[in-house]
Design a binder for this molecule. Structure first.
Ligand code: SF4
Length: 357
């Protein structure tokens, strides 16, 4: 089993010195060595958004949320539908529902003040081990072990871990924990994240400018890109369904509110068939002269979905919405389907901060 060196001071000082000079400037950060720590609301919000998405993608969403709901109390008081619409395009909609549940717990049970320990944060609804550690370290300077995908990659290379992911996760976490110390834990966590994001990149790591080359086993072997080793992927199952794009005589599009439970729960969407099976169920929501517009594909975490898109004019009991507004508010899979049915609108629409995906 790979061991952390008994003297971690050279590794830590090399990385923290680099961070002092090269930290990314991000809207949720206080900056290296800041005497005032970052607002925990900002840290928590950014960390929830950054799970499974990139900084450039999450940043406009973060800024939009912060301008609309500048405090956790304001977010807690927001209507569910507004928050879900503002989240649209970030994906993983269960996370938006957890976001609201957590904000309401902080506002209702903690007087609007986030707990300042990892254990206290972990007790909040929807806050997992990673988010609790990140908020504890970054907002409260607690010596928490913050391990995201970037940190896993840095550990795998630094220590040339031969176990493939995902089995290597406990070992990578243990190695990362061995480098945490009481001195500047918030900066340490962010320095590791920054190194993984900007230097120790998944492909073509920039070892020539890395502060850790003297300590890096993968660099010494000349094979940094070999790590982290990965178990061969199994192809995602493919599912099929139909999305119906119905326009009324004012050019508005018919939307439905999806059930609270399940994929994209609680979000507005186009009427669709069940897409749980391998074959498309093609019973439309209303009788009309349906015409095929084509197909779109969207990849979810556990399956790839092909939707056949059909369009028609008609009436019915729906949430009637202007196509431009729907393109701004809908989850990405429905935007793709709608854009296929109204390509002119999709082309002319300028993405807003809240709607890029
Ligand atoms: Fe990553 Fe290269 Fe730095 Fe090692 S030397 S941590 S492989 S960038």
């Amino acid at each position: 089993m790979v061991a952390v060196p008994s003297d971690i001071a050279p590794i830590r000082s090399a990385l923290l010195d680099w961070y002092d000079a090269s930290a990314r400037i991000l809207p949720w950060r206080a900056g290296p060595g800041a005497s005032a720590r970052t607002d925990p609301y900002r840290v928590w919000l950014s960390e929830v958004m950054l799970q499974q998405t990139t900084v450039p993608h999450a940043t406009p969403y973060f800024l939009n949320f912060l301008s609309r709901w500048p405090t956790v109390g304001a977010l807690a008081a927001a209507p569910d539908a507004e928050v879900m619409a503002a989240w649209a395009g970030l994906g993983y909609y269960a996370r938006a529902r957890n976001l609201l549940a957590c904000a309401r717990a902080v506002a209702g049970e903690h007087g609007g003040v986030f707990p300042d320990t990892e254990a206290g944060l972990l007790a909040l609804p929807g806050v997992g081990a990673y988010t609790a550690a990140a908020v504890a370290a970054i907002a409260f300077d607690r010596p928490a072990n913050v391990v995201d995908g970037n940190v896993e990659r840095v550990m795998a290379r630094l220590f040339a871990v031969e176990t493939p992911l995902p089995a290597a996760r406990p070992e990578l976490k243990r190695l990362a924990a061995g480098l945490v110390a009481d001195d500047r834990p918030g900066d340490w966590a962010q320095a590791l994240m920054d190194l993984g994001a900007t230097v120790c990149r998944p492909r073509t790591p920039l070892c020539g400018v890395c502060p850790l080359t003297d300590h890096c086993a993968a660099f010494a072997d000349g094979t940094p890109e070999r790590y982290p080793l990965k178990t061969a992927k199994v192809d995602r199952p493919r599912r099929h369904g139909t999305a119906w794009v119905l326009f009324d005589d004012q050019g508005r599009v018919a939307l439905v509110r999806r059930p609270d439970k399940g994929l994209l729960g609680g979000m507005l969407g186009l009427p669709t068939s069940d897409w749980a099976g391998a074959a498309a169920d093609t019973v439309p929501p209303v009788a009309a002269d349906w015409q095929a517009a084509g197909t779109i594909t969207h990849v979810f975490t556990h399956f790839a979905l092909t939707l056949t898109v059909q369009t028609a004019a008609g009436q019915g009991d729906f949430v009637w919405t202007a196509p431009e507004q729907a393109l701004a508010d809908l989850p990405t899979v429905f935007r793709k389907a709608l854009a296929l049915a109204v390509p002119g609108v999709a082309r002319s629409r300028r993405p807003s901060a809240a709607s890029r995906s």
